[in-house]
Design a protein around this ligand. Sequence first.
Ligand code: THU
Length: 136
Amino acid sequence: MPTTSSADTLLDAARAARRHAYAPYSHFAVGAAVETAEGDVVVGCNVENASIGLSICAERAAIVSAVAQGRRAFAALAVAGPAGIDTAPCGACRQFMAEFGDDMPVTFTSHDGVVKTTLRALLPFAFTAEALAPEG
Ligand code: THU
């Protein structure tokens, strides 16, 4: 029997979290799951708001939840959107991920199945805290 990779396990967790998405405005439900450095899985879903700009993406919801649980280092992230539609993390979420993971595998659902990539490929030349170090 083939073994299930951790990326697939993480994507399953993202798919399960997607069922809790609150997306009455876009009707675009998304789930995300982060694997912490300790090997735990923390999930999130998009949560929209009548004041549209306040909506939060599933990826950031998962990361915020993990940080609130005392986890700040992430080994991998998975995103599950509607079947058949590319659901790559948005630019804001890529930057948010870069805060807590130098580089990490990122898996997301797409028009032809699943894309497995890395945060570095999604966000080259990320702006990081090192840039804020005092000079000299
Ligand atoms: N969304 C996510 O949660 N993650 C993504 O990777 C793409 C977009 C959400 C934001 C909004 O609630 C809805 O999907 C439509 O943009």
